[in-house]
Ligand binder design. Sequence first.
Ligand code: SAM
Length: 293
Amino acid sequence: MTSKLEIPCSYQGGKQRLAKQIVDIFFEENRINDSTQFYDICCGSGAISVELLNRGVKPQNIHMVDKSPWGLVWQMIGNSTFELSLFNDFVNSIPRDITKIKQYASNIISNTVDKNMLPYHFLFLQACAFGSTATWVENNKWCKAGGLRDYWLPTKTSNRKSPVNPMMPMPDNLYKRIELLCKYAEGLHGYCMDVFDFIYILDEEWDIKKNKNIIIYIDPPYQNTQQYGYSFNVYELERQIWNNAPIYISEGIKLEGSNKNYLLSQGRTKGNINGKSKKKPVEEWLNKFEYKQ
Ligand SMILES: C[S@@+](CC[C@H](N)C(=O)[O-])C[C@H]1O[C@@H](n2cnc3c(N)ncnc32)[C@H](O)[C@@H]1O
């Protein structure tokens, strides 16, 4: 692969900054070969899977699941049903006048979801999300955990000196990222479903295909922090995965019952445009659960 793949756009709780550290741990602690199957549970924007692809893991060995429209996007990229020409037409319909993009996004949100356009509109709306907050669908309506990004220009007194774009990335770049993913991630297994339904698929690998060479990574919504359309109890999920594969779980805390914990980051104090910080930094832990065979 000549070009490095990138996630389509950043996402609240996404592991873009930590992906290298996390994947390094998978490789250090496990004997990874051509048949190792990776399960990226709560894959969201795909930071972990994209890192795996960039390290040469075959898309066929990657399984991604998320209940949000991210799951659908990965499913369509993986099984080649993502229509690049349709996405291109849509991207070309986004106003070139940067001051009009927010209104264009607002109009899409206020209409009922156009099922045929769902994955394409989703990528656009997610790229427009203020603070990369989550976007999902309920009862044919778009739901958002936060607002839309504003086009913003620095003032004499503002701490930030560069403008804020209404999309991150901007339309052409979003298209290019997806185009590359369609080319190099074809063959991955994407699922748009609840994690508890996905356990049966995971069991098949172990029981029917008799493959014990698997790595499971779970990135749930962190306790008391981020908002998504859905959530679940990660302890319950861990209990229900009964195979003996190593299970790695990201959380803002050390999880009870885990055999190993890595503190990946102390958390960042993120200032707003004026440099003031509102939120307490969230620690990033990678917890490992392993049961000896
Ligand atoms: C912390 S984010 C994952 C971020 C992701 N690893 C990334 O790098 O972008 C948590 C994800 O869990 C998904 N999720 C929450 N509850 C779920 C459920 N019951 N079944 C499947 N996915 C769920 C959310 O949609 C969200 O995308």
